[in-house]
Design a protein around this ligand. Structure first.
Ligand code: B3K
Ligand code: ZN
Length: 908
């Protein structure tokens, strides 16, 4: 039954394990071709579970020996299938199981379990990779203490790392063939689930730093990279130090180990992994030098280093009972890394207003991701609650819903109980559950109990799929001197078929005719509170309304004149607000709202409105007129943070706009949106040129936030200016491309030349490849810029270029970063080209997913999701997509990963 790839696992079927593994000794004879693993585990019957045989998980293992308390098991005493091994003989209450297996790391292209990257060994065990190392109860509620012995060729694998503390190391007397071997023994004092186990071995070099924790303990921090890359680790190390300090200050949580290691690897399925004391990172989130990394890359390194470090408490010290609870650690840890980045950005600001703006910038970036990726997921065939009820392949559920919407749910909790209340909740959570594997309910209960609040209705957020909508109307009553907001909420039905009524914090303000916040007073005894301390919505004029009914009215008193409501300030809930704003009201909010998030939001609404109305046949100039003036004003407003202005001036992406359409014709959508961009480019041409000049000329590259913000605004201005078509602009871009002393400026100039179809484009692309040909992460940028190109008139389809790039030496189908940069960007980031009416994009998709699936099912399944929203497109495209999905579904030997994605898409 376990071999059935479409088998569905249900949350409510959870049963505790019959056996507990208390201690495990692992010995590795490391050899890339054939590594022998000896696992000696002390098992004890679980008093809290029903009697049951010992059933272990395994995958692609060659079983060499199995013994209980030193006695080898005979045939008939155990039953070994491809995925499960059951010990069928009678077992004592406590015993020691010894299992010897052989594995083939070099042949492991799935990059799960033990694998080889550029000659070095790495592991990835979350979610179910440990079973590719040895037979074990590979589930997060089995927590054991690990002692690991690594033996390997000393010359080829001089560095041997595992979790915890190094307790012994030395040479092994030379074998007959003379190759010198050595060993290292690591002991992890903390019990952990198998998914946090890690091994790294090979030729690596560390940068080191020692640090005193808050309680005065001296800890050793290391960042390990392939020799020669040590000079790329400074920012990651600094970010780690900042993360350690931040968790001490904000949450009172201290590093619990004597040694904390980060190791960078070029072949990695995701961003990074929080293995206890031995975080393994994609090089993309470690390497940061101005020549190779953009300002966005620098920020991402800080945020991912923070994220993995924060898991040490939220995930490792307290872990998940089962994988349905994944958001318990991921949603919470994303929330923590978002707060970390916001606090870091605010700390660099020189005034409270600048700090508020810095926080808003971070908030807008996070919400942009939510809307671009999570809202579509929540409206498509893979929609699921942040705590899913069922899955076929857990790796398919490391989603933007579990992560980003999960973080929004935690943020709402903080909004409801306030920052201090949230801290009390966290304290109680660790007091109750340190060392345990628990559920999302346990977390919510800790926050509720620490604050004396009933959060039963709030818990529905954990069970609800789909983005809720709030339909809001506002009415001013001059006679009663009141303003009434009527709010109706709607969500898709939940698993029980009923529409859940959610507990939603709705932060609002009312702007008077001068654009000032009115002091807010509600009639009656409503549930509302001042915005919580620390949220960007905090302002005297902001009130957090608590929605708990399907329909509610909120009557504000002492409102003498008409007002413009500012709704969902700081994006206080992950919902869609339907309110019929007039363009002039949006322009007013864009100019005056005290909440910077909603100023940005107003311009986004104006832009989406302009595109939608043009698609509906309105005159494009008229549809865009308010937007053009609003953007002109923001661009020239020197009191605004340049980073904030850059966000305001960036139009919502095609994917975000597509979600608002009933039927998507991607070619028309691109034409209309590109025409709007061109209109902005030419109508504001002088302004772009001015901004480019003012924001440029800052001298040599500096890392600080102010410098990065100026670069961001300068480069958005450059993009528009080049688009407007003046030769002077193109030359400015070409000059910047050639002379930039940092990747942010170089990449932006290249992007501007490509988007503006400038004559210098091809020379610049070629020059980039010459300069960075041996820098894989830089070449990823080069691949993505080309994969996401908009085709200029008369040019061949972009797919032809993508196919050609697949044979470029910089590309490799075995490397997840390369695949995401080229294939992923084309299939998910180039709507009009991917959805070409001849179906060529879909044929390419099916071909690539099948090829990838044979190598790396996790990466294949991610690419497969490009067809999730096939129902939203024009009928002929739908038909072509359906047939591509069917072709793929009909292939023999498809992995469970891809089968689930394709099956769900077809069933939708
Ligand atoms: N916990 C890992 C993700 C593992 C993904 C497994 N398919 C990284 C993170 O969220 O921090
Ligand atoms: Zn995480």
């Amino acid at each position: 039954m376990d071999m059935d790839p479409t088998r569905t696992i249900h949350r409510l079927d959870y049963t505790p394990p019959s056996w507990l593994a208390e201690r495990i000794g692992l010995e590795f004879e490391l050899d890339p071709r054939r590594t022998v693993v000896t696992a000696t585990t002390r098992y004890r019957r679980n008093p809290a579970a029903g009697a049951g045989p010992l059933v272990l998980d395994g995958e692609s293992l060659e079983l060499l020996e199995i013994a209980v308390d030193g006695t080898p098991l005979r045939d008939g005493e155990y039953d070994c299938g491809p995925a499960q091994l059951s010990v069928t003989r009678a077992l004592p209450e406590e015993f020691e199981l010894r299992v010897v297996t052989a594995i083939a790391p070099e042949a492991n292209t799935a990059l799960m379990g033990l694998y080889v990257s550029n000659g070095n060994f790495f592991t990835q065990c979350e979610a179910e990779g440990f079973r590719r190392i040895t037979w074990f109860q590979d589930r997060p509620d089995v927590m054991a203490r690990y002692r690991v012995t690594l033996r390997a060729d000393r010359e080829r694998f001089p560095v041997l790392l595992s979790n915890g503390n190094l307790v012994d190391q030395g040479d092994i007397p030379a074998a007959a063939d003379g190759a010198a071997r050595h060993y290292a023994v690591w002991d992890d004092p903390f019990p952990k689930p198998s998914y946090l186990f890690a091994v790294v071995a090979g030729r690596l070099a560390a940068t080191e730093r020692s640090l005193k924790t808050r309680s005065g303990r001296e800890v050793l921090l290391q960042v390990w990279v392939e020799p020669g890359n040590e000079d790329r680790t400074g920012h990651a190390m600094q970010s780690l130090v900042e993360a350690i300090r931040w968790d001490e200050e904000r949450f009172g949580l201290e590093l619990d180990l004597d040694r904390f290691m980060i190791v960078a690897v070029g072949d990695f399925n995701m961003g990074a992994m929080e293995n206890k004391g031995l975080n393994v990172f994609n090089t993309k989130y470690v390497f940061a030098t101005p020549r190779l990394a953009t300002d966005v890359d620098f920020a991402n390194v800080e945020s991912v280093v923070g994220h993995e470090y924060f898991h040490n408490w939220t995930g490792n010290r307290v872990t998940c009972r089962d994988w349905f609870q994944l958001t318990l650690k991921e949603g919470l840890t994303v929330f923590r890394d978002q707060e970390f980045s916001a606090d870091r950005m605010a700390a660099e600001s020189d005034s409270p207003a600048a700090a508020a703006s810095a926080r808003a910038v971070k908030r807008i970036e996070d919400v942009r991701l939510l809307r671009a990726a999570q809202f579509p997921e929540d409206a498509g065939p893979m929609a699921h609650p942040i705590r899913p009820d069922a899955y076929q392949e857990i790796n398919n559920f490391y989603t933007v819903t579990v992560y980003e919407k999960g973080a929004e749910v935690i943020r709402m909790l903080q909004t409801l109980v306030g920052r201090d209340g949230f801290r009390r909740g966290m304290d109680l959570y660790f007091q109750r559950h340190d060392g345990q594997a628990v559920t999302c309910d346990d977390f919510v209960a800790a926050v509720a109990d620490a604050n004396g609040r009933d959060l039963a209705q709030f818990s529905r957020w954990y069970a609800q799929a789909g983005t809720p909508r709030l339909a809001i109307t506002g009415r001013h009553d001059p006679a009663a001197r009141s303003f009434t907001l009527e709010v109706a909420q709607a969500s898709p039905p939940d698993a029980s078929g009923r529409m859940p009524v959610l507990h939603v914090p709705l932060a609002v303000g009312l702007l008077d005719a001068q654009g000032r916040d009115l002091p807010l007073r509600l009639a009656g005894t409503p549930t509302a509170q001042a915005a919580p301390e620390g949220s960007a919505a905090q302002a005297p004029g902001t009130l957090v309304l608590e929605l708990t009914g399907q329909r509610q009215s909120f009557v504000f008193v002492d409102v003498d004149a008409p007002v413009v409501p500012s709704l969902l300030r700081d994006f206080s809930a992950p919902v869609i607000v339907d309110y019929r704003y007039e363009d002039r009201e949006l322009a007013f909010l864009a100019a005056h709202d005290s909440d910077p998030f909603n100023r940005w939001e107003a311009t986004q609404r104006l832009a989406v409105g302009a595109v939608l109305r043009t698609l509906d046949g309105d005159d494009p100039a008229r549809a865009a007129s308010t937007l053009v003036e609003a953007l002109r004003r923001s661009l020239g407003d020197e009191t605004l943070d340049p980073a904030f202005r850059e966000l305001v001036l960036t139009l919502p992406g095609e994917g975000v706009i597509a979600e608002q359409l009933a039927v998507v014709d991607p070619a028309r959508l691109r034409a209309v949106r590109d025409a709007l961009r061109m209109r902005l480019a030419s109508e504001l041409e002088a302004d772009w040129r001015g901004a480019f000049a003012r924001m440029g000329d800052q001298g040599p590259w500096r890392a600080d936030r102010t410098a990065a913000a100026r670069r961001a605004l300068k480069n958005v201005a450059l993009g528009y200016w080049v688009l407007a078509g003046a030769a002077e602009a193109r030359e400015a871009a070409a000059t910047q491309f050639a002379s930039a002393d940092n990747m942010t400026d170089r990449q932006a100039a290249l992007q501007a030349l490509v988007s503006g179809a400038a004559p210098q484009r091809d020379a610049a692309l070629a020059a980039f490849a010459t300069e960075f040909g041996d820098e894989p992460l830089a070449m990823d940028k080069w691949l993505t810029i080309q994969a996401t190109m908009h085709r200029a008139p008369g040019e061949p389809p972009v797919l032809e270029r993508v196919r050609a790039l697949m044979s470029h030496p910089a590309f490799s189908i075995r490397n997840p970063n390369r695949v995401r940069a080229l294939v992923g960007s084309f299939c998910s980031g180039n709507l009009a080209e991917f959805h070409a009416t001849d179906g060529s994009g879909y044929a390419f998709w099916a071909e690539q997913v099948a090829a990838l699936d044979a190598l790396n099912p996790q990466v294949a399944a991610r690419i497969a999701r490009a067809l999730d929203r096939w129902r939203k497109f024009t009928p002929e495209r739908q038909a072509a997509m359906r047939s591509a999905l069917e072709t793929l579904a009909g292939r023999e030997g498809l992995s469970g990963d891809v089968r689930e994605i394709v099956g769900k898409a077809l069933a939708a």
